[in-house]
Ligand binder design. Structure first.
Ligand SMILES: [Zn+2]
Length: 412
């Protein structure tokens, strides 16, 4: 049975990591940055050494192609992203790119020419922290407007148009990167779990069932700003006290109406007038709900809204509850999932079927192409951090599952 070279994968993960090295000692490959371009160049050199043709599409996705026996057949796609969050880790995204490359390298070494052509994609700006929206390259490949323009500014005040010159692309051309669904056999992404389920279960591989949907809201509680010294406690309409009462109830309500995968989070909060000696007149905060089931998301939303109403009534304050965005839960393709499961079983590796709480390029890809995801454990569930760690044996197992999956789907 063909097997990957685990040592080569681990050493390449390290080499790409070093491409993100910053002067302050952290490792960051922000999309479109010098470090990101350096990582992509190194990746391109490896792919070209295998005789793969590399190109950058109109959305900046780096696509390395290995021809098959019959190039009129739809392509098998693999890939993930090389960009990271600030001070990010070694594995998030990179593993799917290097793992895909390893699959191509083994096929080449073994002289195995797949029936289908194989394309390895390094997606553009998955993380999205630079401009506040991610999944840019995968959206374009799926023909979905990434909703960007050349004049918008990044967190440093630089214009997108200028920033994207490092990839040689323009916002207006993005959608030209859209792939015809008929030209794609399937897409498989290998990724670290970024949660602790596999790690705690001491299981090497996760077959992803679906990616959680996300709904977001802006909530404002309005009370009365007043003097913090002369207003008696009984006379106050403190917006922050009411908001805190609600936020405190979120875990309880989520546990009661959700399931073990349901999560709800308040991630931002601000009060006005924001002064040390004034009772907060308003409190505005974000709320985010994630689950695999849209019905549960809407039930939890409804119960949270009721809870907020009750608490505001108790404190004599009012509220607004405004939905700001919604992403449906995204199930993975049944047949791709089945092929991944068969691959794990044939390899005799421990696995479980789990959902993904985090977003990935696969979230977008699954809406257009048959898509499957393979997870490997993140130690202690830590990710988006320099402390992100996945054991070598899990990396090797994950890559072997990817290889076997590609061989399996190639027969179809
Ligand atoms: Zn990622």
């Amino acid at each position: 049975m063909m097997k990957v070279n685990g040592k080569r994968v681990v050493s390449r993960l390290e080499e790409i990591y070093q491409c993100g090295k910053k002067e302050d000692g952290t490792h960051t490959r922000m999309a479109f940055s010098e470090e990101d371009v350096k990582g992509r160049k190194l990746f391109t050199s490896w792919a070209e050494n295998l005789g793969m043709a590399c190109r950058i599409d109109e959305a900046g996705n780096l696509i390395a192609r290995m021809e098959g026996q019959d190039n009129s057949l739809p392509a098998i796609l693999m890939g993930s992203h090389l960009d990271t969050v600030p001070d990010g880790g070694k594995y998030d995204g990179v593993l799917g790119c290097i793992g895909g490359l390893e699959v191509c390298e083994i096929l080449k070494e073994e002289g195995y020419i797949p029936k289908h052509p194989v394309e390895l994609i390094v997606f553009t700006d998955e993380e999205g922290f630079r401009f506040g929206k991610g999944l840019t390259g995968s959206s374009a490949i799926c023909g979905q407007d990434p909703d960007i323009c050349d004049s918008e500014l990044d967190i440093y005040g630089e214009e997108r148009g200028k920033v994207m010159q490092s990839y040689g692309i323009k916002s207006a051309d993005m959608l030209k990167a859209a792939k015809d669904p008929a030209s794609v056999h399937c897409f498989v992404e290998l990724h670290v779990e970024q949660g602790a389920r596999l790690y705690r279960a001491d299981t090497s591989v996760g077959v992803v069932s679906s990616i959680a949907g996300v709904s977001r809201y802006d909530i404002t509680v309005t009370g009365e700003a007043n003097h913090a010294g002369s207003t008696a406690m009984a006379d106050r309409k403190d917006a922050l006290v009411a908001a805190s009462g609600f936020i405190n109830k979120i875990p309880e309500v989520t546990a009661e109406y959700g399931n073990e995968f349901t999560v709800a989070t308040v991630g931002t909060i601000k009060v006005t007038p924001h002064s040390v000696n004034v009772i907060p007149g308003t409190c505005t905060f974000s709320l985010e709900i994630r689950d695999q089931d849209a019905h549960i998301m809407s039930l939890v939303e409804q119960k949270l809204q009721e809870t907020l109403g009750d608490i505001c009534k108790k404190y004599g304050v009012s509220n607004t509850f405004v939905p700001t965005s919604f992403h449906d839960p995204a199930p993975m393709s049944d047949w791709v999932k089945e092929n991944i499961e068969n691959a794990v079983k044939e390899l005799g590796i421990d696995y479980c079927v789990i959902p993904s709480g985090a977003f990935h390029d696969s979230l977008i890809m699954t809406s257009v192409f048959p898509t499957g995801m393979i997870f490997v454990p993140s130690e202690n569930g830590i990710s988006h951090s320099r402390h992100e760690y996945t054991e070598d044996k899990d990396i090797e197992n994950g890559c072997n599952v990817l290889l076997k999956t590609i061989l399996n789907v190639d027969k179809l």
